[in-house]
Design a protein around this ligand. Structure first.
Ligand SMILES: [Cu+2]
Length: 163
């Protein structure tokens, strides 16, 4: 028991540290928490890019991500990805993406994502893309997508150290 207790305590502290780091790059709007919005550095000549994030819904009513805009892109669309005949295809989502009550929506590579189309400047590692998200219930939320290196597959903590 005496040995087990400090271990339990350390486990709790580790979880606490991870949780507070997550809050370093998160946003709240009504019942929604938006965590780790991130994008990827563009290659030369690349004029579109993906946006990814986790949206948590603490409310008892579902919400919907309806649309998004950014001053850096001519157009921002909501996309889904699926594999058809061994080829990854993206499709525009019409009518919004549901965030279930007491549930979550994860935008990630190979799944739902935000698509920045007609980028007005290259996305450079370490910089941020300002985006206004529009939710059906929570309304408009201004967030910043941290630009991570090409090839990133998930949000990186050290990519947003310093803010
Ligand atoms: Cu896409």
């Amino acid at each position: 028991m005496i040995i087990a207790n400090p271990k339990t305590l350390l486990g709790g502290m580790a979880i606490g540290l991870i949780a507070s780091a997550a809050l370093a790059h998160g946003y709240k709007a009504g019942d929604l928490s938006i965590e780790h919005p991130w994008s990827r550095e563009t290659a030369p000549g690349q004029t579109s890019g993906g946006g990814f994030m986790m949206v948590l819904n603490n409310g008892t009513q579902p919400d919907k991500l309806m649309s998004a805009t950014s001053p850096l892109a001519a157009e921002v669309q909501l996309h889904s990805s699926s594999v058809e005949g061994g080829v990854m295809r993206m499709r525009r989502v019409e009518g919004g993406i549901v965030i279930p009550a007491k549930g979550r929506l994860e935008l990630k590579p190979g799944s739902y994502h935000i698509m920045f189309i007609g980028l007005k400047q290259p996305l450079r590692k370490g910089q941020q893309v300002p985006v206004t998200l529009k939710f059906q219930r929570a309304g408009k939320v201004d967030v910043k997508f941290t630009i991570q290196p090409i090839g990133s597959t998930g949000p990186m903590e050290d990519a947003h150290a310093g803010h």
